[in-house]
Design a protein around this ligand. Structure first.
Ligand SMILES: [Zn+2]
Length: 271
């Protein structure tokens, strides 16, 4: 599943192809992904010039000179293909620029989405309404965590996955950040000292930045004919590493399953 760093890498890969370019055509090859495309999407986007690409949590943002923003979510299996040689049955959206570049939004499981909203009312877009700060933004730090977690008895891991507390974090990065910050995933959120919350906020940023850097280095491979944006492999600190040594203390990494979701952690150095 594409996580925040994959979405960021995707946005950075699409930016040079789209920014400053006119969208010559947008072809919707079906009526919906996870939900229907806006009925006027094609009409409002065709002929518009892309002014800027951005990201909010795990959503990619494509601003146009008409005051609209296309919002894409990659769901479970979505990715953009660049200059595809052949169009396949899972290429649901085709876009062509004035420079003759072609993009295909491919999503075989169709849990993704493509929406269009007015740029000046982006904050009113449903999924963004109660969304917390961007983890890589200046608003997210130990002080923000201290405020958000005050009095909370829930496990810190569950709280970090709550999009109202911090936006766009998935299981992989929460597991790895807690290991880096040496905080046990089951610790009550409201009972973590401020100094440790400072370390936790820093750890969240560090694991995301490292993953984006890894994605950036693999981006070179994407930007070629028929390239695919959105996925890269990376070695995690603890995620998926049950039975292997903790990168900090070399104790054996454990896995615990709560409500169908795995938590990977070091029982020795995470307290
Ligand atoms: Zn350890």
């Amino acid at each position: 599943m594409p996580e925040l760093p994959e979405v960021e890498t995707t946005v950075r890969g699409l930016a040079p192809i789209l920014e400053g370019h006119r969208i010559e055509s947008l072809e919707l090859r079906r009526a919906d992904l996870r939900w229907p495309f806006p009925p006027d999407l094609r009409q409002r986007v065709t002929g518009a010039v892309v002014t800027r690409l951005g990201r909010r949590a795990k959503y990619g943002l494509i601003d146009t000179d008409r005051g609209d923003t296309m919002i894409f979510h990659l769901g479970m299996s979505g990715h953009w293909r660049i200059d595809p040689v052949e169009i396949g049955r899972h290429d649901h959206v085709l876009l062509e620029t004035d420079a003759g570049r072609r993009l295909a939004l491919n999503d075989h499981r169709r849990f993704g989405s493509l929406d269009l909203v007015r740029t000046d009312s982006l904050g009113a877009y449903g999924p963004f309404l109660r969304m917390g700060p961007e983890p890589l933004g200046g608003e997210f730090d130990g002080a923000a965590l201290e405020t958000a977690l005050a009095g909370r008895a829930a496990p810190v891991k569950a709280l970090l996955l709550d999009q109202r507390i911090v936006a766009g974090l998935g299981n992989i990065y929460v597991c790895d950040a807690l290991n880096l910050a040496q905080i046990a995933p089951g610790r009550a959120g409201g009972r973590i000292a401020r100094a440790r919350l400072d370390r936790l906020a820093g750890a969240v940023k560090e694991v995301l930045v490292a993953a984006i850097a890894a994605g950036g280095s693999s981006l070179r491979d994407y930007v070629r004919p028929d390239g695919e944006l959105g996925y890269f492999s990376k070695e995690w600190r603890v995620y998926g590493r049950e039975g292997l040594p903790c990168p900090r203390c070399a104790a054996v990494i454990r896995r615990r399953v709560d409500s169908g979701r795995s938590t990977f952690y070091c029982p020795n150095c995470q307290r």
